[in-house]
Design a protein around this ligand. Structure first.
Ligand SMILES: NC(=O)c1ccc[n+]([C@@H]2O[C@H](COP(=O)([O-])OP(=O)(O)OC[C@H]3O[C@@H](n4cnc5c(N)ncnc54)[C@H](O)[C@@H]3O)[C@@H](O)[C@H]2O)c1
Length: 328
């Protein structure tokens, strides 16, 4: 049995707890959360113990930690887990500070431990199938990528104030998709944004709608459009134009029923939000983490990927603030 500790018993912590407890040979031993009630409830649900961070790092039987606590805890916990030689699964972003995220990557490399970042979109069956078909050459050489990423609604402004801004909080996933799909790195980034859905977001110093243009080192182009509001639900699509064709990843709907009447043809709106849309991806990423640990095989989404996505988020933030193209 691999004993595991989970940090964070909030929205994502609950998902990870269920998924990791379902892995063969894996035991959720400890749940750590500064919110004692949340920790107690989640630990009880999975037959785990509530613990403090020190207990986790002092327990040699704990071989891996899953970090799903608030963003401002990630860097410290990665550092402590690496020093204690425990394998790490950590939610995005590694940190809001690029310098601190790079220090984390160095600490992980020095300790020689596995560190996976929760870019779950790479484990989504639709996105993974598209990437595999692209890599197999089905549409020739990729030339252009268009990503649409829209949330059904904005989080509370209190969250936005400490989120690091839309580029680090929300587009970090789109920047990871960009790097993964085009298998290329950005040479230039131009980002613009507006506050179109709620003036309180502007008052908090952020935007809720963005348009980002990237030119890659190989000369490929990417366009990312995002919004904190989509009246029809969670909109997660992308399209790749290649030299001999095009591949599209469409939204998932709760059911595939189509209704045709005298007034028109309709289907379900997309699955509501990330917990629904990426339910399978969250399970698959956790299976990937523990399979890689058991077999000693490589991790698909490393801390270096976490740092690279953050570099893009930082560049986009600077581009938006300073109204200029940023070179990487
Ligand atoms: N990959 C994804 O799709 C995805 C989705 C949601 C959230 N996230 C990330 O997961 C993290 C948590 O987000 P959430 O939506 O679950 O937030 P949340 O607020 O629901 O949960 C965070 C939990 O962390 C706890 N916490 C705070 N400080 C702690 C500490 N020092 N030790 C242990 N626990 C502590 C809080 O009490 C809270 O219960 C964030 O970094 C977020 O960016 C990723």
């Amino acid at each position: 049995m691999t004993d595991v500790a989970l940090f964070g018993a909030g929205r994502i912590g609950k998902i990870h707890a269920g998924n990791l407890a379902a892995q063969p040979g894996v035991k959720l031993k400890y749940v750590v959360d500064v919110n004692a009630a949340a920790a107690t409830e989640l630990a009880a649900r999975h037959g785990a113990q509530v613990a403090r961070a020190d207990q986790v790092f002092d327990d040699a039987a704990v071989k891996a930690v899953v970090i799903g606590s608030s963003t401002d805890t990630h860097a410290d916990l990665i550092g402590r887990a690496a020093a204690a030689k425990k394998a790490i699964f950590c939610e995005k972003p590694v940190d809001l500070s690029l310098a601190r995220a790079r220090e984390c990557a160095q600490a992980v490399a020095k300790a020689g431990v596995t560190c996976m970042i929760g870019f779950q979109r790479r484990y989504d069956p639709t996105f993974a199938a598209l990437q595999a078909r692209l890599a197999a050459g089905e549409i020739g050489e990729p030339e252009m990528l268009v990503i649409t990423s829209r949330d059904p609604g904005a989080p509370p402004v209190e969250y936005i104030k400490v989120s690091g801004g839309i580029f680090k909080d929300m587009l970090i996933h789109d920047f990871d998709i960009f790097r993964w799909i085009l298998a290329d790195e950005a040479a230039t980034v131009y980002a613009t944004g507006s506050c179109l859905t709620d003036p309180a977001i502007s008052a908090a110093g952020d935007v809720d709608s963005t348009a980002v243009t990237i030119r890659t080192k190989k000369g490929r182009l990417a366009l990312i459009n995002t919004s904190r509001r989509a009246a029809y639900g969670y909109d997660q699509r992308f399209e790749v134009l290649g030299s001999t064709g095009m591949l599209q990843a469409a939204n998932h709907k709760p059911t595939e029923v189509t209704a045709a009447t005298g007034r028109g043809v309709s289907t379900d709106t997309p699955e509501h939000f990330f917990l629904e849309r990426y339910r399978v991806a969250y399970a698959s990423e956790m299976a990937h983490f523990f399979e890689a640990l058991a077999k000693g095989t490589p991790i698909k989404t490393t801390i270096e990927d976490g740092v690279k996505a953050l570099e893009l988020a930082e560049a986009a933030t600077i581009s938006w603030r300073e109204k200029r193209i940023v070179e990487l």
